[in-house]
Ligand binder design. Structure first.
Ligand code: NAD
Ligand code: ZN
Ligand code: ZN
Length: 236
């Protein structure tokens, strides 16, 4: 990560203060923008922002209380990035809370159902159990790791290789897994997938997480983009 900005500096980097406050509600606190933020200024960096200050995002143009955006930022992993709560536009480089582990890539000659013309890329994720950090739901408590190593498959064609490069970037940004409650098992404080779908069945599709699935590569590209991981990032 680049130089660490203070929370209020991150707000000021991506939002400009509006002179004329629009007649709208703040999407975070639901108060009128013309009234002060529902959050007080006692949070980290809050003292440097006016309670009535309304910020406008530089790219998407959505407006909300500066103090409300600051509270949302302080509630997250404080990675120097902001995400507009209205339209989800990402400012800066979004990172996640994936615990330490390994991502390995192998090549398999066999073809996937639906992709008869190429071999297969196999990704193996392995994450060992550990103790939750300040960015996790229960800092200081252990987290478990079920079903690891997890084996995932991509067609070894141009689009599949592009997805692989983006998944590697998502891995370095800690976006592939998170610590939380498993939807499948209900177990809390465990390592779970984080909104970027993977194909964990190679030759069948019993779970819905297998092949064939003609839309998979496009769907996962959209999920990566929603986390700020796009082809543009590879060119830089
Ligand atoms: P979860 O149940 O909280 O769900 C999070 C996301 O993962 C959801 O979007 C869901 O659609 C997706 N998902 C659920 N099951 C999946 C699967 N089998 N393959 C790919 N994606 C899946 O997530 P979770 O708790 O991390 O995983 C779900 C279950 O799948 C867990 O019980 C895990 O142990 C098991 N699993 C096992 C292996 C294995 O190789 N043994 C591999 C992957 C997942
Ligand atoms: Zn507000
Ligand atoms: Zn927006």
């Amino acid at each position: 990560t680049a130089a660490v900005l203070k929370p209020e500096e991150v707000i000021k980097k991506y939002m400009e203060e509006v002179a004329v406050v629009p007649e709208e509600d703040c999407i975070i606190c639901m108060e009128r923008l013309s009234c002060p933020s529902g959050y007080d200024s006692s949070g980290e960096g809050g003292q440097s922002l006016q309670p009535g200050a309304v910020g406008k995002f530089t790219k998407c143009g959505h407006t909300l209380h500066a103090l409300c955006m600051l509270a949302m930022y302080n509630n997250g992993n404080k990675d120097g990035s902001l995400q507009c709560p209205s339209c989800k536009t990402i400012y800066g480089e979004k990172t996640g809370t994936q615990p330490k582990g390994k991502m390995e890539i192998y090549s398999i000659p066999q073809s996937l159902p639906g992709h008869p013309d190429c071999g297969t890329i196999q990704i193996i994720y392995n994450i060992p159990p550990g103790i939750q950090g300040p960015e996790h739901p229960n800092p200081g408590q252990p987290y478990t790791c079920r079903g690891f190593p997890r084996f995932c498959f991509l067609p070894d064609n141009e689009k599949g290789r592009k997805v692989l490069e983006l998944l590697k970037l998502a891995w370095t940004r800690r976006l592939i897994f998170t610590v939380g409650t498993s939807n499948t098992t209900g177990e809390p404080d465990t390592v779970v997938w984080n909104e970027i779908h993977h194909k964990t069945e190679m030759m069948s599709n019993v779970s819905g997480h297998g092949y064939p699935d003609p839309n998979y590569l496009d769907n996962v590209l959209a999920e990566l983009a929603a986390q700020g991981v796009t082809e543009d990032c590879l060119r830089r």
